[in-house]
Design a protein around this ligand. Structure first.
Ligand SMILES: [Zn+2]
Ligand SMILES: [Zn+2]
Length: 212
């Protein structure tokens, strides 16, 4: 894919503050991903997602490891969120974001450079995190300079970028169909319900009835 973009979007203090409010604490990982996400959007030439059918983000972080905070930076900057269903976690224990433009199927994968991540892991911020200090109890003096750095440092030193002309991703229409589970009486989206002897059951009740 030919990369034709001129200027990288600047991450404003306002955006960092708003994203920190959403995220819950100050750390370098979340703003690092604001940066990666804006870079991906700049390269694709797309705006933040308003609904579910415009963009799709895939994050490769796993569970319970450092820099999982990345995912919140991605959600905040791209508008690809759990609620809209346009973010997917592919738990590989890696630090890449793939952003797909669902109109064109062009995509960008932005990943953190190994050397940069390695250096970060040796900094006092991470040493303290490793020793069990939660991020919200760290001295802002240890954190603020790192945040300033990740939002201003030349991105070429931070990220590797590759682009895709035709990334396999399709938008799925939202379902507005629902039925009542014959057992628990709760509402269940029809596509998720199971039919048994002419009545609909939610998966929980279906399993209970079939496996009992
Ligand atoms: Zn964090
Ligand atoms: Zn049920």
């Amino acid at each position: 894919m030919s990369v034709q973009w001129e200027q990288e979007t600047k991450i404003t203090e306002e955006e960092v503050r708003a994203a920190q409010y959403f995220h819950g604490h100050k750390c370098p990982a979340m703003p690092q991903r604001l940066r990666a996400a804006h870079l991906a959007m700049d390269i694709l030439g797309v705006q933040r997602a308003r609904g579910g059918g415009e963009l799709k983000a895939i994050v490769e972080i796993g569970d319970h490891h450092f820099s999982g905070c990345f995912a919140d930076g991605v959600q905040f900057a791209t508008g690809c969120t759990f609620g809209k269903g346009n973010i997917e976690k592919e738990p590989l224990g890696k630090f890449a974001l793939t952003l797909i433009d669902l109109k064109t199927n062009k995509a960008v994968r932005v990943t953190a450079k190994y050397d940069r991540m390695k250096t970060c892991l040796e900094m006092p911020f991470f040493e303290k995190r490793k020793s069990g200090v939660p991020p919200f109890e760290l001295d802002p003096k240890d954190v603020e300079p790192l945040i300033e750095d990740v939002v201003t440092h030349d991105w070429h030193d931070m990220f590797d970028v590759c682009t895709f002309e035709n990334y396999p991703a399709a938008k799925a229409p939202d379902s507005f169909n629902a039925v009542q589970c014959a057992n628990c009486k709760e509402m269940v989206v029809t596509e998720y319900a199971k039919e048994l002897n002419g009545e609909f059951l939610c998966r929980t009740c279906f399993s209970a009835r079939v496996h009992r």
